[in-house]
Design a protein around this ligand. Sequence first.
Ligand code: NAG
Ligand code: NAG
Ligand code: NAG
Ligand code: NAG
Ligand code: NAG
Length: 386
Amino acid sequence: MWLFCEYKYALLIIVALAFKQILCVCEESHIVICDDITDIKDNETAPWLHVQIGSLEKRAEPLKHVLKTGILYTLSRTRFLTIINQIGLISRLYGHRHLRYLNLYGNNISEISDYMFTRIYLLKEVYLKNNNIQHLGREIFQNRTLSVVDLSRNRIQTITTCFYKSKIKWLLLNHNKINFIGFEPFPPNLEQLELNDNLLESIEDEHFRNLRRLKELYLENNRLTTVPNIVDLKKIQFLHFAYNNIQEVHFRFDQLPKLEFLDLGFNSIHNVTTDVFTAAKSAPIVVLSFNKLTNMVFEHPEKKTDLVLYGNPWICDCWFQIENITSKYHHQQTCDLKLFDKGEIPLCIHAGPCSGTLVVSRSDIDNYLDVVSDCQNDAKRCNFRL
Ligand SMILES: *[C@@H]1O[C@H](CO)[C@@H](O)[C@H](O)[C@H]1NC(C)=O
Ligand SMILES: *[C@@H]1O[C@H](CO)[C@@H](O)[C@H](O)[C@H]1NC(C)=O
Ligand SMILES: *[C@@H]1O[C@H](CO)[C@@H](O)[C@H](O)[C@H]1NC(C)=O
Ligand SMILES: *[C@@H]1O[C@H](CO)[C@@H](O)[C@H](O)[C@H]1NC(C)=O
Ligand SMILES: CC(=O)N[C@H]1CO[C@H](CO)[C@@H](O)[C@@H]1O
């Protein structure tokens, strides 16, 4: 075992001398690093506030240590505990009075049992990213203080009762295999919910109904075919639905009074009326890039919208009409205009006049999208991902 005290705030200490706060600053700034979880044995560890066990470089062989209450008792005053590449199992954890931050990144935990973290009373943040978790027990985070939980990059398939009675504000579930969500499974205090890179095909009305404080929702790269009914998310500001298989947009986003940003890029939307995006007061930025739009309906062109339209197989004649409207009523993002101006990208498909029922052949659209997809790197220069 080796350990050291890292004086990050050496300068601060000198400054703080004048104010007689030297001890406090020093304690807050040291970190103890141990090679292996078996190094944590005796009670000399009491003053350790910030402890890291293991590292990304070296994995315990086998990866089977158990995180037990005994270890937490030994680290009785620790507030920040990080354990990497060490444990395969967590046994029931009881009564730690100081721990606020627990990071178990990159271990081999496969199960979190019922009420697992409910007795670590002051716990604020739990990171379980990059484990092997398949099973989440009931009410595992039940506690009034916990606010951040990261369960990304595991093997979770269903979300039902695991978050009941928790008050989590920021929940990350990216890169799992989630394909089923139960009835109101997420805590009502949530402000940010991340479900990118999962296998969700649909979101029913009751799934998100209680999330009245949610400000940001990530559902990128799932298998959604429609925009879910999210009318209850009255505080929502940022919606991320890119990289799904959404074909039509019927949900009225103008029901969401705080919406600032809506990303529907990289879907299969082929027809949309801008009326669903217009809001009475401010206009959200709506990204519709890289869909299959050939035309777009402005039923009320005078109502505000702020659109990103680049990368769609517009029919040329329709596009000229759209351009007329977007420039007259300032509907288009300035960044989007720059992309259209580049000149290297096929702007539209020649398919006769824009009237009546428009038929562009599938192969023309696919062809267009092939050419345009090579330009995707350019699109990143205008970074709309907030
Ligand atoms: C633990 O602390 C107690 C008193 O606080 C002391 O008597 C005992 O020797 C310590 N044990 C070890 C292994 O350091
Ligand atoms: C992780 O645990 C699984 C069983 O849950 C086991 O099959 C696998 O070998 C373990 N991985 C490592 C690197 O120890
Ligand atoms: C597009 O949608 C509008 C209304 O949303 C509808 O009137 C129109 O017929 C649709 N066009 C096509 C080509 O599906
Ligand atoms: C665009 O608007 C101009 C005048 O504002 C008009 O002359 C022109 O015909 C319009 N083009 C299309 C395609 O509607
Ligand atoms: C189930 C459980 O143990 N919940 C605990 C959460 O934390 C509070 C203190 O903040 C405890 O009183 C609860 O018992």
